[in-house]
Write a protein that binds this ligand. Sequence first.
Ligand code: GLC
Length: 537
Amino acid sequence: MKYFITLAIIVSITLSAISQNPDIDQKVDSVLNLMTLDEKIGQMAQAEKGALENIYDISYYSLGSLLSGGGSSPASNTLQGWINMYDNYQSIALESRLGIPLIYGIDAVHGHNNVYGAVIFPHNIGIGCTWNPELVKTANQIVAKEVAATGIDWTFSPCITVPQNERWGRTYEGFGETSEIQKIMSGASIDGLQGSDLSNPETILACAKHFVGDGGTINGIDQGNTIVTEQILRELHMAGYIDAINLEVGSIMASYNSWNGVKLHGHDYLLTDVLKNELGFNGFIVSDWKGVDQVNEDYRDAVKRSINAGIDMVMVPDRYIYFISILKSLVQDNEVSIERIDDAVKRILKQKFLLNLFDEPFTNNSLASSFGSVAHRNIAKQTVRESMVLLNAKNDVLPLQKNNKKILVAGKLASDLGAQCGGWTISWQGSNGNITEGTNILTGIQNLAESSEVIYSENGNYNNPVDVAVVVIGENPYAEGAGDRVSLNIDMGDINLIKNIKEKGIPVVAVLISGRPMIISEIMPYTDAFIAAWLPG
Ligand code: GLC
């Protein structure tokens, strides 16, 4: 007992001395030198919070990180519910021998989108269409504040994929199809999320993803094979990472896809030789969800190849005890060097010190008041306005008149907040209906109409005279591979809806809600204006 008290005193003196020390690298080395192999390997493990077998595994295994996957919310999906959950997990982490704080990650990819009442921004496909990096930086500053308001330290965004095939279900997570827009928006997003000082409580750690070539797979098949020359890989898919690294992005997520048949999670040339050594990335590489498992059917070999390739933290996310035992055996058998382990742990600890987690591990409650605020929503509205793409407008049908007109609004998506938010909203796949706070398209038009009358008919079967019809068509929510499509054609139901209204002689304004460009040639002749609205949130 006397030994443990003495050790605890030494540790606390060391850690307190560290916290005043200005040099991050010295702090990191000082903590690393105190750590056992078990504690080092624990820091490399990230568990899904819902998969914790015992909540005290956090301190027992000295877990480095927890995440909430899409939809993985506390029982009370409220701001306070998240704060209570985060602070509880963190307090348990601090009970470990060295009390190294957790870093908690989440996919806040278009606002703090798991949390009810958070401001939901347009998905990146719309953000890219703003061509407004200053606005995008401001939007990401708001996302950072709303994430930090719940205690959470780290978002798995921005997704800086460069989608080359619109059949891919993750097309909407990218800013656009060129490296030019990827570079512009990658920088603006990371600058907004991380700012210039990660110890600022209003900033959070960003994660540029998914490195590299996720948007170039054959036929847009999710997690597929990207067959391109190294020149194309660098010029088209990698360009935004250079801007991200120049902005000191703290983490980068490895991609599920393969490059010319080799899984990125086990690609030592791209992860270590190129990303870390050539491009100088000094943050940490986190795997994707079970991404390590895809490297080889034999999990031990998969862990060995992924860690040796340069993965620093493994999003296990469920069998974290097994992962820890496997990695420990690999080190003991000299199949993974202690130098590789130390490098990974130092990279992780560095970001935890930059985030000031050792001194301020718990939620900063000063941010709660701005969560979901009108001021935040006004920025989101401006982002929506600038994300809209007007493809066609004739016969002076736009703008709609607030007064003295009859405006028909048609289409089931017109009153569907969940559809306009898309995937990664409240749940992983998203869903139709009133899933959170927000304004749907119909309500938005009703709110702005003054003496003009707004009539809603989901199926468009309204036979009294109207001056104009706004017809909302498009896709239901999806995420990742669930959104992979073979055809990009507009659904026949949407085509008939527009034709039926037009054939009554009513001018038609079509609004397309979609996560990708779609083939609209058949309905264009039946529209007087056409707006690509993407997924406006
Ligand atoms: C998902 C996605 C990745 C996300 C992660 C955690 O499978 O590929 O973008 O950050 O898992 O939810």
